[in-house]
Design a protein around this ligand. Structure first.
Ligand code: DER
Length: 220
């Protein structure tokens, strides 16, 4: 079994009857959703709130009941993947372009479980380019201000070379920092730039981490 499947299925063990669950985005959470779909067929009663249209579509196929923020007062547990996790459990997220809704749901959740294969664990964040969601108006100037923080910013393009558009109708700038020594400071500085909607640094949000080390599941 591949590492993504191991950690994805393990995360489903933490989902209990009656929970409102934040459903993350990506190929690791894919396995969590598959496991939840099976358990719902066996009687598990939960409500899911999706972090992306992609996850919403998959959840509907798996008959996972969905709710919106209008229907709930809280989220018990969010389960999501990550592109990088450092030694302090700070994350880079947004590889799939869903970072804004993921961060809103993670922030609204009583607990965030991050699931990741061992390749995602790093000493220092930044080898993976940091995704930043920006409004389209004046994005070129926004990119310049992002660059001034010490990176090479690149507008994310689709295969047809047109700009990638998020579920919220914004652009993504992928910022190549190479090394992010203080993720907390950088997260604040980025979000103070006019035109930046949100960035993929999730600092101090990870309550539990499920990963694999030498073929064995680790819950930290
Ligand atoms: O876009 C995201 O934030 C995803 O959760 C990403 O970080 C993890 O995607 P993966 O599980 O497909 O590697």
């Amino acid at each position: 079994m591949i590492e993504k499947q191991l950690v994805g299925e393990k995360a489903a063990d933490y989902v209990k009857d009656g929970m409102v669950v934040g459903l993350g985005t990506g190929s690791t959470v894919y396995y969590t959703l598959q496991a939840l779909g099976k358990r719902i067929q066996e009687g598990l009663a939960i409500k899911g709130i999706p972090t992306s249209r992609q996850t919403e579509e998959l959840a509907r196929q798996l008959r996972i009941p969905l709710v919106s923020f209008a229907d709930i007062s809280h989220i018990d547990l969010a389960i999501d993947g990550a592109d990088e996790i450092d030694r302090n459990r700070a994350l880079i997220k947004g590889g799939g372009g869903a970072l804004l809704r993921e961060k809103i749901i993670a922030n609204a959740s009583n607990e965030l479980i991050v699931i990741a294969d061992s390749k995602k664990m790093v000493h220092t964040l930044g080898v993976f380019p940091l995704p930043i969601e920006v409004v389209r108006f004046g994005w070129e100037m926004t990119a310049k201000h992002i660059r001034d923080l010490g990176c090479v910013p690149r507008l994310r393009l689709k295969e047809d070379h047109t700009p990638f558009i998020t579920d919220n109708s914004n652009y993504i700038i992928d910022a190549h920092f190479h090394a992010i020594e203080d993720p907390h400071i950088l997260e604040q500085m980025l979000n103070s730039i006019p035109g930046v909607v949100e960035n993929g640094l999730f600092v101090g949000m990870t309550d539990k981490m499920i990963t694999v080390k030498r073929g064995k599941i680790q819950v930290l």
